[in-house]
Design a protein around this ligand. Structure first.
Ligand SMILES: [Zn+2]
Length: 573
């Protein structure tokens, strides 16, 4: 191991991009990368990284600093701890001059981590020392875990003889510390006994691959079947996912995470080569867990048990994942009771196919309703009731628009009515967001036009400049659009704000079809507005008894309707 002496040397030894990507889902290339900020809640990335200098800065909450500061913030640890984490990651030996910066809290946490890693070593050794025909190895075999994989998964076995406690005490940890670490508990009359007894142990790691807690499957039918470590200063169940230490690179590479519920679900998929999966520790999914997934990918496929409880759990997980701006699909495998079962029944090939064929959450709700065609208004309304809450969580207006279209075509309920329903929910759920964003109100069409103008693509430019002025001028952002068409520099504060808003509200790449669609919709809106004006005038004329004018207006109305009907995507050039 290389030995180094200064912080500058340390910083030079670790690759900033490797460190940042362990915590964040980075996008971009070259010297600058961006990501969602881990320090404040946001839906659009304002966190930027200078790869060469290793510095970070958030334009939203204005936090910034070097890589040590970053680790300090992410791990909520002391400066000293951050340095030693970096040294470990960089594979260098770095002795830190003891300074006043190491906090008492940090030292305490390090002790707990030491207890946990000592415990894990004990559990692992104890599993290997078990009798081949003993309970735990028989169980492992029955569950289809090959012996060779025990090590890869760091599985262990907690005995029932109190050996761990005496081992820890021998290593000079106190009983109180062992209780704090969650491996020992205190009985009523001050006796101490081990937290996990006669259980198959699944270690849970944090993002720096330190063991912070355990899950234990009973081997003696003791309740509960799966026992998790208690909440401790280092084990916060709501912020951890089982298996992420093994799967994060695969999730990043495949740009998709398969989210399952239990330890065994993860283990069986992972061992069959479905490596981009992760499990939620057998508890209801939390926003912190969703944002953990978001660091590695934007796409999640939910695969829970196919019973009612599993479906309910998925229903609860969907809005949480959507609110983190993740694309959510659901894998439906009705012939299997759980993921473990699914991969055994289907085989790897077919299983992968089912994951690829996973459906949108809207289709999942439809499937739940067991109604491919919704016959009665009642059915339609209760369907709408169910999906409206999910849609309300989607912040990207283009994505939202897509789902609105889909639901409208499925139910025959107009988009306006659906939007109203969703708006009423949104006002309750995220009034704060609306408060902040209400200054800028743009239609989806405007967002598409402005976004495409920002790409400086010539074809897009000519499509947009071909829109008749009388139509374009009805938009609030007409002056801005004209400037962009002209290639003028944008300097006004309001206009810059609008550009930022557009960038932030649309992450998708705009395609030629999106633009044509927006133009069709603008032209139709324009006709519709004109038709309404003419109709109002005609009613006026009728009241006044001006038959001649009524006739003229009627012809105009017909002409406008005809024009509206003739507007087609493929005629936009
Ligand atoms: Zn921030």
């Amino acid at each position: 191991m290389a030995r180094i002496n200064s912080l500058e040397e340390l910083k030079a030894m670790v690759s900033p991009i490797t460190i940042y990507s362990e915590y964040l889902h980075l996008v971009g290339s070259g010297r600058k990368r961006t990501s969602l900020c881990p320090f404040h809640k946001e839906k659009t990335p304002s966190f930027s990284i200078d790869v060469e200098k290793g510095l970070f800065y958030c334009f939203g909450c204005h936090k910034g600093g070097d890589i040590i500061k970053f680790v300090e913030e992410m791990e909520r640890c002391s400066f000293e701890e951050a340095v030693s984490i970096l040294a470990r990651k960089g594979g260098v030996d770095f002795s830190f001059q003891k300074s006043e910066r190491g906090s008492v809290e940090g030292k305490k946490r390090e002790r707990l981590i030491e207890i946990l890693s000592t415990s894990l070593e004990y559990f692992k050794k104890s599993l290997l020392n078990q009798d081949k025909d003993g309970g735990v190895l028989t169980y492992i075999k029955k569950r289809g875990i090959p012996e060779g994989s025990i090590k890869e998964l760091s599985l262990g076995y907690s005995g029932n003889k109190g050996e761990l406690l005496s081992l820890l005490l021998k290593k000079d940890f106190t009983k109180e510390e062992c209780v704090q670490a969650g491996v020992v508990r205190e009985g009523k009359s001050y006796e101490y006994y081990e937290y996990f007894r006669d259980r198959l142990i699944f270690p849970i790691f944090d993002l720096q691959e330190r063991v912070v807690g355990f899950g234990g499957r009973t081997l003696t039918n003791e309740e509960p079947k799966y026992l998790n470590s208690p909440e401790t200063p280092v084990f916060r169940k709501r912020e951890l996912l089982y298996g992420l230490n093994l799967s994060k690179e695969f999730i990043r590479k495949e740009n998709r995470a398969i989210l399952v519920e239990g330890y065994m679900d993860f283990v069986s998929l992972y061992l069959k080569g479905i490596k981009n999966c992760v499990a939620s520790l057998g508890t209801a999914l939390t926003p912190a867990q969703a944002s953990l997934i978001k660091r590695y990918s934007d796409n999640v496929v939910l695969l829970y048990d196919s019973d009612e409880a599993g479906k309910k759990a998925m229903e609860r997980a969907i809005p949480i994942l959507l609110s983190m701006n993740l694309n959510v699909n659901v894998a439906i495998i009705p012939e299997a009771k759980d993921p473990d079962d699914a991969i055994k029944i289907l085989g790897v090939c077919e299983f992968k196919k089912r994951i690829d064929e996973s459906v949108s959450f809207v289709d999942f709700v439809l499937y739940q309703f067991n109604l491919q065609k919704m016959a009665t208004l009642d059915e339609k309304l209760s369907f709408l009731e169910k999906v409206a809450g999910d849609i309300a969580e989607i912040k990207d207006p283009i994505k939202k628009e897509g789902f609105l279209n889909e639901i409208s075509s499925r139910t025959g309920i107009s988009k306006r009515t659906i939007s109203k329903k969703i708006d009423s929910l949104e006002k309750v759920s995220s009034s704060e967001v609306i408060e902040k964003e209400k200054e800028i109100i743009l239609s989806v069409n405007e967002i598409i036009l402005i976004k495409s103008l920002l790409t400086f693509n010539r074809e897009y430019l000519s499509l947009i400049s071909a829109i008749p002025k009388n139509i374009l001028s009805t938009l609030n952002t007409f002056p801005l659009i004209e400037k962009l068409l002209d290639g003028q520099e944008i300097t006004g504060e309001e206009e810059l704000k609008t550009l930022a808003f557009v960038n932030n509200s649309c992450h998708e790449v705009v395609s030629e079809n999106d633009i044509k669609g927006a133009i069709v919709s603008l032209k139709k809106d324009f006709c519709e507005k004109r038709r309404k004006e003419l109709t109002a005038k005609m009613k006026d004329a009728e009241v006044k008894g001006d038959r001649e004018l009524v006739g003229i207006l009627l012809r105009e109305i017909n002409a406008v309707s005809k024009e509206a009907n003739s507007i087609k995507m493929d005629e936009i050039k």
